[in-house]
Design a protein around this ligand. Sequence first.
Ligand code: SF4
Length: 327
Amino acid sequence: MAEALLSVRDLRVNFQITPAGAWPWTAKKDLKAVGGVSFDLYPGETLGVVGESGCGKSTLARAILNLIPASSGEIVWLGKTLTGGSTRDWHAVRRDIQMIFQDPLASLDPRMTVARIIGEPLKVHRPELSADEVMQRVRAMMKKVGLRDEMINRYPHEFSGGQCQRIGIARALILEPKLIICDEPVSALDVSIQAQIINLLKSLQQEMGLALIFIAHDLAVVKHISDRILVMYLGREMELAEKSMLYAKPSHPYTRALLSAIPVPDPALERKKEVRLLQGDIPSPINPPSGCVFRTRCPEAQTRCAQEVPVWRTLDNGTRCACHFAG
Ligand code: SF4
């Protein structure tokens, strides 16, 4: 097997926060936003990361890029450990790892033209390029992502959400990175535009040999683009599986609940489908449940689940899962 592009080992991100409504001098509490996540990502692969809002997937993405410092754990990029590394080490890696953000319009500077937005990373990371060379690359990248040449001097507010996301993708790709972290890139877009952006990312991935980490809050969105999928809940890994295995035979009760929430376009099949609605809200990450963090909403919870933290283990089918009774 090829060498992993990115290895994340037991990555944890904790925040010290004052609980809502408490006096400012009250002792701060630990919020475990990411509670020990591990995975490898290989060249050209897409890892889907899925979970409800607040499950730590965006924090995980930002910690991988060192935009939020990790509390512990290890991030290894092409065999080199980055955690604890210098600013210079991270600067070099930023050229190879780029990010696409959730809100396409908010992520673009409204005072900059499309040419400046897309060309800016080249000015930072490739200062040896002349202004003409930068413009040539910007125009070529605009064509690749489906933006017309005459749009080059326009401002972000003149574009639709889908077009703004294309500008964001062009900016992320202009340095020819090896990995793009897509943080819910389609959740603010209409369904028809979502499909266009996912198809665009998929074709650019094939053309440029990119690896992707694609974050979304439902399993329907990541199905088309992912090779493997990591399901997270309250900052913890619940299941990591090959796409075909996860959709055909989900091992974790939380994955089964997320899958049952996906609407089926055929009304007859939709009526027959077993729906496993999750009861209640996600517990507070400041005060997570004992044992399995999913137990307060798990339809299959038993006494043991409150007493023991499930071990993150590999099942016979190759899936990794954190449930006492999986497999
Ligand atoms: S360990 Fe228990 S509570 Fe947790 S997912 Fe499995 S059955 Fe549900």
